[in-house]
Design a protein around this ligand. Sequence first.
Ligand SMILES: Nc1ncnc2c1ncn2[C@@H]1O[C@H](COP(=O)(O)OP(=O)(O)OP(=O)(O)O)[C@@H](O)[C@H]1O
Ligand SMILES: [Mg+2]
Length: 230
Amino acid sequence: MCAKTAADFHDELGHKLTVISLFSNIVKQSLGEDSKLSTHLTKVIDTSNSLYLSMKDLLWVLDPNKDSLHDMALMLKDFGDQLFDKSGVAFRTDGITDNMKGYNLGMDHKRHIALIFKEVMNNAMKHAKCQNTDLHFEWHEIEKHVVILFHDDGKGFDPKNTGSSGNGLINLQDRANQVGGRIEFISGEEGKKGSTVKFEVTFTHLLPQKQNFVEKVFDKLEKWFVWEEK
Ligand SMILES: Nc1ncnc2c1ncn2[C@@H]1O[C@H](COP(=O)(O)OP(=O)(O)OP(=O)(O)O)[C@@H](O)[C@H]1O
Ligand SMILES: [Mg+2]
């Protein structure tokens, strides 16, 4: 999907979902809280709100203008800011640098790495009982190697012995494998409370942004060609 289509889709669908939510709220208010229909309308409103958020996430993944390591790091920073906002848990980020802008991660790497750290942050929020969290990036440009660490100062956990039937940790491992990366769970470090999730990968496929420009030109040519044929 090209950037323009993604933006149009976002604006069109976003606008329509806002209308659904707005009118459902008006109907709900005029029915009053006691009405049986009010519960159903709350469901409509919640579903359209969550559909809007899912759509935003999906469009972010598909948007070729948001493909760099820098874009991904900023998205995770925004996600953490929103997740921990007003939760009483402090969230800090460091290591997001300008030289992360130069390369195109590609859709699959971007999606898997983003989903790994969304789950890790959600887990900290749900299970850790922590007060402080840190998201730390290290980008080794020459080696094309990235290390991402997320630390919480909560109760810590042993990934082999959680007693949970959840899928989150299994999916993390699976996503790390899919991008050729490595994930590690560290708890009980001396002098350090809580847990750290460490992910690292060496990118073997990174495209310099220059090449991305060439792709864009080809994209345009392809469109003209299709248009000529009609
Ligand atoms: N940061 C953390 N601090 C403390 N415990 C954790 C942390 N992250 C995970 N856990 C423990 O590991 C378990 C397994 O996590 P996992 O993400 O697989 O499942 P879940 O979060 O319970 O469910 P799901 O992710 O499927 O919604 C959790 O139930 C929790 O006990
Ligand atoms: Mg989980």
